[in-house]
Design a protein around this ligand. Structure first.
Ligand code: KG4
Ligand code: ZN
Length: 341
């Protein structure tokens, strides 16, 4: 079975073909980062318009790359939510229009389910059950995953998402958008002893997170500088920020594993690309004897492959999950534990 995946929930247009026999056949992505950069964040209307411009050329690209005709597509999966309403509608329209034209069934996929299952696309996939840490621009959640569609929320952020904390702190340091990769690179040059930032909720008895105080602490450090920040000051603050957020994320993962008695941890979402987080998790895994799994680096941030793959797993579980009812809707707000299993 060949599934076309369409992702358009935020600022990346992603299309991909997943073959249940042969794995990922092709995937193509257009990032809008350069377009949104001058505004310091994603402008929803511009995002929607750009998805319109990119979706069909990217479809052409994956068809050429896979050397498959359009008629080889058996079903189409698209991101139905959560995300920006207008942006989601573009992917949903493309998916449904194409499905109607090809007379194929279509199914809406939860964006976070895509992230959550993306490590299963790697060469050494984890077996169920596992604990998943979802760390993206919009979400920070710890989930217990017992199988496809069997997700239990263990804890989540009470305010900013981890990626949002990276982006906002980077902005305070004048690093542009999105700030995650930039602040992470800069932190490499920082002195770990220059500053110490708070570790919010590190010792709370639950698995929830809070990151808005960390961003405020970065703001206070920046404001307390009477002179302009030099590059070394910025690197030192970046280092303090990264050390704090990584310590909290790792500690909560370890606590979730302990609480559930599990030995496998999966990291998903854009912040999962972070080098310091990966190094700290790998060290904790060796120390505490658990296994940690990551998606391929290219599949950490938003992409069509994870949507095609999640769609394929859903269909294998329940062929009726895709329908020929092309009256689609999107779900900009959609909790992951509210999806049908
Ligand atoms: O999963 P994703 O692509 O989109 C959402 O669904 O939100 O995640 C994007 C987030 C952004 O906040 C970005 O700054 C962050 O992931 N990010 C990183 C890194 N790469 C992306 N944060 C820290 N270090 C990175 N290397
Ligand atoms: Zn995402």
């Amino acid at each position: 079975m060949i599934i076309l995946g369409v992702e358009s929930s935020c600022d990346e247009t992603g299309l991909a073909l997943y073959d249940t026999e042969r794995g990922l056949r092709a995937h193509a992505l257009h990032s809008q980062v350069a377009m949104h950069e001058e505004y310091g964040g994603v402008v929803p209307e511009l995002a929607s318009r750009d998805h319109v411009r990119r979706a069909l050329p990217l479809l052409g690209q994956v068809m050429r790359e896979s050397e498959l005709p359009l008629s080889a597509i058996d079903a189409i999966a698209y991101t139905q939510g959560p995300g920006l309403a207008g942006a989601l509608l573009v992917g949903a329209s493309v998916a449904n229009g194409l499905a109607l034209a090809l007379d194929r069934p279509v199914l809406g996929v939860h964006h976070l389910e895509g992230h959550l299952l993306s490590p299963l696309l790697s060469a050494t996939p984890p077996a169920f059950p596992f604990i998943a840490l979802l760390v993206s621009g919009g979400h920070t959640q710890l989930m217990r995953v017992d199988g496809v569609g069997r997700y239990q929320l263990l804890g989540e952020t009470l305010d900013d998402a981890a990626g949002e904390a990276f982006d906002k702190s980077a902005k305070l340091l004048g690093l542009g958008y999105p700030g995650g990769p930039a602040i992470s690179r800069l932190a490499e040059f920082g002195d770990p002893d220059a500053y110490t930032l708070p570790r919010p909720m590190l010792h709370s008895k639950n698995l929830d997170f809070s990151f808005s105080g960390l961003k405020t602490a970065v703001l206070t450090l920046v404001k307390n500088h009477t002179s302009n920040l030099c590059e070394q000051d910025k690197a030192n603050i970046a280092r303090a920020f990264v050390d704090a957020i990584v310590e909290v994320l790792v500690a909560k993962c370890v606590a979730a594993l302990k609480q559930t008695g599990m030995k496998r941890l999966v990291i998903a979402g854009g912040v999962g690309a972070n080098a310091q987080l990966r190094a700290a998790l790998n060290a904790a895994a060796a120390r505490k004897r658990f296994e940690v799994f990551y998606p391929e680096l290219a599949l950490c941030t938003d992409n069509g492959a994870m949507i095609a793959f999640a769609g394929a797993l859903r269909l294998q579980q329940n062929p009726a999950a895709a329908t020929r009812d092309y009256g689609f809707n999107v779900k900009p707000r959609w909790p992951l534990d509210a999806i049908d299993s």
